[in-house]
Each structure stands twice: as structure tokens, then as C-alpha cells.
Design a protein around this ligand. Structure first.
Ligand code: SF4
Length: 378
């Protein structure tokens, strides 16, 4: 039997400040806390590898996300990567991504990351208009994204992603189109375009409630999504998932693992794992995380073993987000398992899900309601 490939996700829980829209688990970066965290993370990698991974298991992707991984010193990031290499077996073509805020990385850092074997940089640009960044409380400026892109290329990176958000407070359709055009000029291999959502207990939610910031305009977000598909499609980017576009051959292997219900192991506070049909997560508290590892225990909690029906449910819900979709028989088997035949028939009749040649996927209209449809099929 061929052992399936495994992905690794490492959550670096630090940022220099919290953006107004962000609800991720994170702490404001302090050097002392970061040093303790890196020691804990390196300890967790060794313990978890021994506990969860058989020696024949190849790692297909490593993703350092957060938070902002590049608030750590580059020597800390390369020490983490060295520990992964010493404890686990990376495939020869393993994709290794580091997320970076453009203002937290220098030319020298990028050169060192490239030499250490990082294969993919993902910059959180969010917008290419400075006014948009100010209105979402996002530190940094557009020219820093341009500089970081150029420096990454000089360092040797060819696989570079830019993250963008649309539907930002007071952002117009024109402004969004300008952001897209500016990004295309920088020629990233991959672009992620996320519709802004308002999470509870964020500064943005409070600003909207107090009428200091306009409420989201869903109609405008739909127009922006359509504009992204058109403008990026014309520039040679293929949309392969609801929020993701890539030049041929540059789809993100790590994220594809999530959408194809593949297995992954998470490290760091709040990181999630899916292994052997069981989902489990790490404690979302840095102090508890450090203390558990100092006592040589894994910081795992909330284990849920999925039945075969639940595994199929998740494969259907994630897989429908892919433009290539899923086998239609999986959709209908899931509908039969959960008594969802009527709602599935309705989603097909409303052309929110489309079927052809034995495969099912969200339609262009369905992609705009991806989360609602996922909720209906759960
Ligand atoms: S940089 Fe990213 S993770 Fe950090 S606060 Fe902003 S959105 Fe959240």
C-alpha cells in the first residue's frame, strides 16, 4: 500500500500589531516570548513526529503561517526548518512556504530563507492602495510590497504569492481593479483574493456597529469577485479554487491538501491536525502551550474521530470549492447519508452547484455563496 503524503502546518502566533479585521489567535511579538515559543515549537516537532509519523511517511508540503512568521528572526525560522528536516523525511520536491508581511522582511532575510530551502514566499499585500490599508488598520505601505516582491525575485524565488482582500471599507470597484492591475504588473505566480468578512469582537466589527466604518456591501463584493475572475483570467491566471488563482503549475500544494481532505499535522498554539480520520487541535493559549511542552507533553486537545460518513461529508464540502470539483457520486452519496437529497436537488436546480461529465462543483454563482452552501450541506 502506498502511504499518503502528509503536509505540515506551523502556526507562528506573533504579529507586531493586530489588524482591525483579524480574529486569529495571536500575541503581540516580544523577543523573550518568541524565544521561549521557538524552543517549545522545536520540542513539539520532535515529540509529535515520534508520536504521529511513521518513518516511511513523506512530507509533501510545509507551511509556516500565522500570525506573521517573519517577525521571528530568520535564524529562528531556519532553526525550525532544520528541526523538521532532522525529524521527518521531506519529499525531494517538497513545497515549503513562509508567509510574510512585506514590512517585516529584508533582502538579506529573503536570501537566507531561499538558501535554507524555502521554495515559496507568500506576502500579505491585502491591497495595492495605501488608503485601503489605513482603513483596515493594516500596518505597512504599498511600496513595501513592491520592494519585497523585487527582493524575493532577486533572492531566487519564482513561486511567490500575494494575498489580497476585497470589499474593504469604502473600497470602490475602480480601486479594487487598480489593485489587481498593479499586482499583475508585479507578476506573482499565485494570487489569493479573499472577500473581507466581519468577525465578532474585532475592532472592525465594533467600528461598523458604531457607524465609524461602513457596513459590508455584499452586492459590491460580488461585482469585485467577478472583476477578479475576469481581470486575472485575462492575465493568464487560472482560478482553481473559490479564492485562489495561479499561473499554470503554481497551485498551492499545501492548500490543495485541505480541499482534497488530505492529511496534515499542525504545530504551534491553535494549530489543527487531521490524521487517520481524527481531527485534533493544539491549545490556543501560548502560556499553556509552552508549559505543556516544558513538561514534555503534546499540547493537543479536542480530538474527534470522524465516521466514514463524516469523512465523506468533509471531502464533499471542501472539494466543491475546487474548480475541478468532485465525483458527482460522492455528492449524491453524501446527500443520501445525511438526508440532504432535497437541498442538493434544490442547489442543482438553482444552478449553485453544476454537474458535468460525472463531476460536481460550485458554479460561478455558487462560489459567491460558498460558505452558505457549505452550511446547508453540513
Ligand atoms: S498581520 Fe495577519 S495575522 Fe497579523 S493581525 Fe494582521 S491579519 Fe492578523
Amino acid at each position: 500500500m502506498i502511504t499518503p503524503l502528509l503536509g505540515l502546518y506551523l502556526h507562528i502566533p506573533f504579529c507586531r500589531q493586530r489588524c482591525d479585521f483579524c480574529s486569529f489567535y495571536l500575541e503581540i511579538h516580544r523577543e523573550g516570548r518568541a524565544e521561549t515559543f521557538v524552543r517549545s515549537l522545536i520540542h513539539e516537532i520532535g515529540l509529535s513526529a515520534q508520536h504521529h509519523v511513521t518513518p516511511d511517511r513523506l512530507i509533501q508540503s510545509v507551511y509556516l503561517g500565522g500570525g506573521t512568521p517573519t517577525v521571528l528572526a530568520t535564524t529562528q525560522l531556519t532553526a525550525i526548518l532544520s528541526e523538521i528536516r532532522s525529524q521527518l523525511t521531506l519529499a525531494a520536491d517538497c513545497e515549503i512556504t513562509v508567509e510574510a508581511h512585506p514590512s517585516t522582511i529584508s533582502e538579506q532575510d529573503l536570501a537566507q530563507l531561499y538558501q535554507a530551502g524555502i521554495t515559496r514566499m507568500s506576502f500579505g499585500a491585502e491591497s495595492m492602495e495605501d488608503g485601503d490599508l489605513t482603513r483596515i488598520g493594516r500596518p505597512g505601505a504599498v511600496h513595501e510590497t513592491v520592494i519585497a516582491m523585487n527582493q524575493a525575485r532577486t533572492a531566487g524565488f519564482t513561486n511567490i504569492n500575494l494575498d489580497l482582500m476585497y470589499g474593504l471599507p469604502s473600497q470602490s470597484l475602480d480601486s479594487w481593479q487598480r489593485s489587481l492591475t498593479h499586482c499583475i504588473e508585479l507578476q506573482p505566480a499565485h494570487l489569493s483574493c479573499y472577500a473581507l468578512t466581519v468577525e465578532q469582537e474585532t475592532k472592525l466589527a465594533s467600528n461598523i456597529q458604531r457607524h465609524r466604518s461602513p457596513a459590508l456591501d455584499e452586492g459590491l463584493q460580488i461585482e469585485m469577485d467577478e472583476a477578479a475572475q475576469r481581470i486575472l483570467g485575462d492575465a493568464g491566471y487560472e482560478r482553481y479554487e473559490v479564492s485562489n488563482y495561479a499561473k499554470p503549475g503554481y497551485a498551492c500544494r499545501h492548500n490543495l491538501l485541505y480541499w482534497t481532505n488530505g492529511e496534515y499535522l499542525g504545530f504551534g498554539p491553535s494549530a489543527q491536525s487531521y490524521l487517520g480520520g481524527t481531527r485534533f487541535g493544539n491549545v490556543a493559549d501560548l502560556t499553556a502551550y509552552d508549559a505543556t511542552l516544558a513538561a514534555h507533553n503534546l499540547p493537543t486537545e479536542d480530538r474527534t474521530t470522524l465516521s466514514k460518513e463524516e469523512q465523506l461529508r468533509d471531502a464533499v464540502i471542501f472539494g466543491l470549492r475546487l474548480i475541478r470539483g468532485i465525483p458527482s457520486q460522492h455528492l449524491h452519496q453524501h446527500a443520501a447519508n445525511y438526508g440532504h437529497e432535497a437541498i442538493t436537488a434544490q442547489l442543482l436546480a438553482q444552478q449553485l452547484i453544476e454537474e458535468d461529465e460525472g463531476r460536481s462543483r460550485l458554479s460561478a454563482k455558487g462560489r459567491l455563496q460558498a460558505d452558505t452552501i457549505a452550511g446547508q450541506l453540513y
